[in-house]
Every structure is written in structure tokens, then in C-alpha cells.
Design a binder for this molecule. Sequence first.
Ligand code: GLN
Length: 284
Amino acid sequence: MKTVLETLQGGTAYLEKRGVADARLNMQLLLAAELGCSKLDLYMQFDRPLGEDELAPLRELVKRRGAREPLQHLLGEVEFAGQVFKCDARALIPRPETEELVLDLIKSPPLLAERDRIVDVGTGSGVIGLSLAHSWKDRGLDIVLVDQHEAPLTLAKENAEALELSSSVNFVQSDLLEKAPGPFKLIVANLPYVTSSEMADVSAEVLHDPPTALDGGADGLDLIRRLIVDAATHLSPGGNILLEIGAAQADATQMLLKDGPFNEITCLTDLSGRDRFVKASRTN
Ligand code: GLN
């Protein structure tokens, strides 16, 4: 019979051997999920022997993590901007960079009035649009969540339901803004931006994200380029566009915006200091 501590140590060693980054943290989170407690609570019960009924399902999870299934898929959820979202292979796993984008937006919101329309394009699991809907719940905004594919949109709807935000948002299945016409006061998007050559090098975990959520074509800008063209006609004058981009795409994205009716074009860095977000306003 193994104790909690022995299981933690054994599992950590196994995951390390399999090349899993942050093996101990992964093991703590899997163990806590299996035991239905918090990571901190594990410390209180290091000496507790685990029964086979607890060990068998845990072994299965650890084996899958060792085969490089993402931790978020095994846990089935992620915390994002203070809310818990269901997370599975139907959509991109929400990344900390996108959380930065949302938290920044919430901290310094653009000027918005009642009934103003906002769209999250390529919403995936819905984290951007639903976080904004949660934070700006009382402002009477019309928030639209768009995705081209049915599977992520279904996940986003499940998340809206679980977070009691279904009545605060609308969902549209559409190729970018084709079926979600403006005018919008804010267009926000984390579109696929990984370049074709980077796609060949992604980690084993990232291979579990839907390729359609990552692959941005030869220079990674296929969809971003099209959305910037759409934004010229779907943003209201003075409205804002905010895009997450790849670290090497700041200049190219800003050039695309300079070719259109946009001003106040700025690039912001993420917490690692990499160019990650570009924003601009539609000229009046
Ligand atoms: N940040 C993601 C990654 O590097 C890419 C997300 C995206 O293409 N929008 O895997």
C-alpha cells in the first residue's frame, strides 16, 4: 500500500522520465483532482495510505500524462481570469497570454455605451468573450462569440451555460465576420497564428489542440490578414480592434493595419517581454 507522499514521488519520477515539464506540479494536480482536494490539502495527508480504488484511476491519468496528453485535458478544466472553464480537445487550451489580454482589457476598457456591440472572433472555448461578458455584465452590451467550427462553439455554449452567462452573449458560427456583420465597437481575437514551419515543431501536448485553432498558414497571418480587412468595414468609427499575435508578427500586423483606415496602432508585450498583442482604432 502506498501513501500520498510515496505516490507523489513515484508519479513525479515517472513523469520526469517521460519528459513532462513541471512533473511534480503535474503530479500534485492530478493527485489532488483524483482525491477531490486542493493541492495544499495534499500536504496534510502525506502519510495517508491510498486504496486501490484511488490508485487505479490515478495510474491511468498519470499514464496518459506520461504519453503527453495535456494536463488541462486530463483535469477537464482551466482557470481563466478568475472563472473556471471546461477544457477539452474541441478547442485550443486557453493560454496565459490570452488571459493577460483579457485582464488588460478589463482593467482599462475602451469607451463603451449601453447596447454597444463587441465580438470575440475565433472564440474557441469562449474564454475571451465570456470573461468580458462576466466583467461587463451590467453594462447592457451585445457580446457576440464567433467560431467557424461547430465543436468549439458547442464547448463555448457549455461554458456559457455553466457560468450562467448564456443570456449575456450570442453565438454565431461563421468564417470570421461573414455571418456576424458589424458595426462593432470592439473586435477582439486570438486567431490561429502559428506559421506552417512552426506547426512542424510544436510540443507533444500542443498536438492535442485542434490544428485549425493554431495553423495560420505560411506566415501565420492568413486569418489575421483577412480579419483586418473585415474590420475596416465592421468596426464603427472610433471602434477598437485587439489581436493576439505571434512574437515575430508585430511589424507585419502593424503594416497591415497601416494600410487600412486605422490609427493609434500599438504593439504590447506579454509578461515574457515578447510582442504579443496589437491594437488599433478605426479612424473617424
Ligand atoms: N499561443 C499558442 C501557441 O503558441 C498559439 C495560439 C494561436 O495560434 N492563437 O501554441
